[in-house]
Design a protein around this ligand. Structure first.
Ligand SMILES: [Ca+2]
Ligand SMILES: [Ca+2]
Length: 235
């Protein structure tokens, strides 16, 4: 038995010369008067498509032995960043954060949403939804949440006095949530000091609550049973 370069195989072999020669991967094995083409097996960490050259396993995959097998995928809920991995280097996905690859197995947890590549952020109607100086917290099963706002580095609550559904439209818009069906929640309650906004009077077209008529920041005659909430989404 001996091997030749593909260019010496001639026509008397069982393989498709055009395919082989285009990749230059084949050697020829002379057996019983006919040529058989044999290919190098791909090493661990590499694989091939059809008769193509061996290429490295993509991130999120691995192959711990040589041979023609495909690279194995990381399990669901795991990812890896290593290309050409020769062992199982998959790790658990970070909580609520995509791994760096577009092809990862990592997804946001229920109630969280994010683009491919992350990061994840709370969905509208989920506690923690934050955008700039407004956030939704303590959301209930109907996705209604207490509104909290930030002023001069301090987070606090909004009093429900004077507030109405127009103010809810503004709050939902400001926090980056749907607002077409926004409704307010008088007396949502449950917050802690300070009470930062009171007597909100919005037209519904404002881009943020601060643009509505309201008392001076931090001025109020309220208590926390009057903490104001909003319902931006209903499903
Ligand atoms: Ca009130
Ligand atoms: Ca008031």
């Amino acid at each position: 038995m001996y091997f030749k370069d593909i260019n010496e195989c001639g026509n008397a072999h069982t393989c498709d010369l055009n395919v082989f020669s285009s990749f230059g991967q084949a050697t020829c094995e002379n057996t019983a008067g006919s040529f058989l083409c044999s290919y190098p097996q791909c090493d661990a960490g590499t694989y091939k498509i059809g008769d193509g050259p061996c290429i490295e396993c993509e991130a999120g995959k691995f192959k711990n032995a040589s041979g023609d097998a495909a690279c194995s995928n990381c399990s669901s809920g795991q990812y890896s960043t290593e290309v050409g991995a020769t062992s199982n280097v998959c790790q658990d996905c970070p909580l609520n954060s995509h791994s760096p690859e577009a092809s990862d197995n990592c997804t946001c947890s229920a109630g969280w949403i994010g683009p491919v590549g992350g990061p994840c952020s709370p969905e509208c109607g989920t506690s923690g939804k934050t955008l700039g100086s407004i956030r939704l917290v303590d959301c209930d099963v109907n996705k209604c949440c207490r509104v909290e706002v930030e002023h001069l580095g301090q987070w606090g609550t909004v009093c429900d006095d004077e507030a109405n559904d127009f103010a809810a439209v503004v709050a939902c818009r400001q926090v980056g949530c749907p607002n077409a069906a926004a409704t307010q929640f008088q007396g949502f309650g449950g917050g802690a000091d300070p009470i930062l906004l009171d007597d909100l009077n919005c037209t519904g077209s404002e881009t943020e609550l601060d643009a509505c008529i309201h008392r001076t920041w931090g001025g109020h005659n309220c208590n926390h049973t009057q903490d104001w909430g909003v319902c931006c989404v209903s499903d």
